[in-house]
Design a protein around this ligand. Structure first.
Ligand code: SAM
Length: 249
């Protein structure tokens, strides 16, 4: 087991772990055999070909689509990554990390025992992450965002980017992000938001059919506040929203 994986193992909450953890594929597998995907969007996320093209072909196009061909989302994204990936000896958790496209970047400037953990439930995505986006301060876990395997108040920076809109129970996931973040630590979310373009019922219904949820303006921010987070800030760029929040120290 790599040093980073061993450090990630130490951060887990024993009470939230299955009996056996398979680490033979370079990541900690907390889930065992995959279950059938409940929506077509989640089915695609489990597809090895999609996992292979995601980082360099799909994600850049998708980011552009969010700002309707503009660059607002891309620019905000770059600023957020610079902030979340700032230097220091911190723990960072990248929930629903896909092929680790952010995980590795968020780890690059960490120092000392700093560690960035990517967690995702798709075998092809985590496999790709281990193969293409590993590093000395990077570790991957195959786990469920709705049941994070960490103790309360244990991670300095927690993010969930481009994933919450795919999840059938996003509120549970938001509560989990808020639960595991350390006092004084931050949570960052990038997801969909209702806009004049996505508000019409037909668009929302079509999106839902494919398993894509369009969040109401205050849905994510309210949930974070209700979970006890403060300094909740929302930035809408095109059809997407970035939300950042902090747990009181
Ligand atoms: C579109 S990718 C986002 C990857 C990366 N975070 C990014 O911003 O490009 C969405 C990821 O969410 C993962 N995912 C969806 N629901 C999940 C859940 N309940 N637990 C863990 N991962 C989940 C999928 O497997 C997929 O890899």
């Amino acid at each position: 087991m790599s040093t980073a994986l061993a450090r990630a193992r130490q951060l887990l909450d024993p009470a939230r772990l299955p009996d056996g953890i398979d680490d033979s594929h370079g990541y900690l597998d907390l889930l065992g055999p995959p279950e059938a995907a409940p929506t077509s969007s989640l089915w695609i996320m489990q597809n090895p070909v999609f996992a292979r093209i995601y980082e360099h072909a799909w994600r850049p196009v998708f980011t552009r689509l969010f700002s309707l061909g503009g660059t607002a989302t891309k620019k905000f994204d770059a600023r957020l990554v610079t902030h979340l990936g700032r230097a220091g000896e911190r723990t960072v958790l990248d929930v629903a990390c896909g092929p680790g496209n952010y995980t590795r970047r968020l780890a690059q400037r960490l120092t000392g025992d700093g560690l960035c953990i990517g967690l995702d439930f798709s075998i092809p995505m985590v496999t790709r992450a281990v193969a293409r986006n590993s590093g000395p301060r990077v570790a991957y876990i195959r786990g469920d965002a709705g049941r994070l395997p960490f103790p309360d108040n244990s991670i300095d920076t927690v993010c969930c980017l481009a994933a919450l809109y795919l999840m059938p129970e996003p509120d549970e996931v938001i509560d989990e992000l808020a639960r595991v973040v350390s006092p004084g630590g931050e949570v960052a979310i990038f997801t969909s938001v209702r806009t004049p373009l996505t508000a019409p019922t037909v668009v929302a219904k079509l999106a839902k059919l494919g398993g894509y949820h369009v969040f109401g303006r205050d849905e994510v921010t309210d949930r974070l506040r209700n979970a006890g987070l403060v300094d909740v800030e929302q930035t809408i760029t095109g059809q997407a929203q970035y939300v950042t929040a902090r747990k009181p120290a």
